[in-house]
Design a protein around this ligand. Sequence first.
Ligand code: SF4
Length: 370
Amino acid sequence: MGEAEVKPKKAGPVQCSICSQRRAALKRPKTLEQICRECFYAVFEEEIHRVVVDNQLFKPGERIAIGASGGKDSTVLAYVLSELNRRHNYGLDLFLLSVDEGITGYRDDSLETVKRNEIQYGLPLKVVSYKDLYGWTMDEIVKMIGLKNNCTFCGVFRRQALDRGAAMLKVDKLATGHNADDIAETVLLNILRGDIARLSRCTSIITGEDGPIPRCKPFKYTYEKEIVIYPYSFLQNLNRIYTYAYFKRLDYFSTECIYSPNAYRGFAREFIKDLERIRPRAILDIIRSGEKFRISTSAKMPEQGTCERCGYISSQKWCKACVLLEGLNRGLPKLGIGRTRGLNNGLECDTKQSNGVKNIQSKQCGTLDF
Ligand code: SF4
């Protein structure tokens, strides 16, 4: 008689490693723990709460603007901050602040999402537009300059637009949805470009404390994959699933800007994702390394002043936005780009960044140089 065929045992459902009661729904990218949805919500929100408390990001009674693009990061930030504000009695007045760059087919659609978020979360919304602030939309700028350097204009204008919008709202701070992956990418890019000034501040959880409106990053240690990940049940489906936003059924906008150059940051991002695949802690390690950099006292740092033209903070006679705007208005859009000779110092000196490097653009929008 032949031996009975031994059938391989079928693995049973994996239990949540935190509560041991429910089925695991995902593997946490940060810790590789297999956990259920409920425990995921709890640890995800609790970690952000700890970041807020340990770093004293907010004080009771403060007015806080949340930079809201309608994308996954800022949508989750708005949702989580309003939840934590209620649950832990932060005592904050929260607002949504959006920038309308004037990009037809992209920003007009994403602003519709933010308008819905305004109602869903009960947070008042303020929208500032490039057209109103600068007299130009990005559509008009791209028509003039083409698809090269468009993000330099957009990033410089957005940074100032957010500050101006925050001033209109009379808020004490601006909270942005930059996550751990964004910050690790910025650390790497600033090292590669030798940008000492930005390297020294890109890991700070609060920046601009000496300026008009400080900015803070409550998602500094939040992995993008905890906002965007593949839950088990969707592993065969190669479409991205937005984990927290997806499980919570949050209303977000996921289309890329039609003027996105794609190449920016792609390099650093891919490298970080490769490292993360081998060692998930790599993202946090890069951030920690960035925090540990000490700038030599002999390194010359740009001195902060104000723009002679508009009064915005600047280390030059005119701020970068005014230089770019002057170029546009004079039909010389290259005036403020890179090493082009420009307006600061009366055409005698170039208008590159004070430390000699160009802005680093974020994955989709604006700069992370704060
Ligand atoms: Fe502006 Fe971002 Fe579009 Fe570039 S990708 S044009 S920075 S919205």
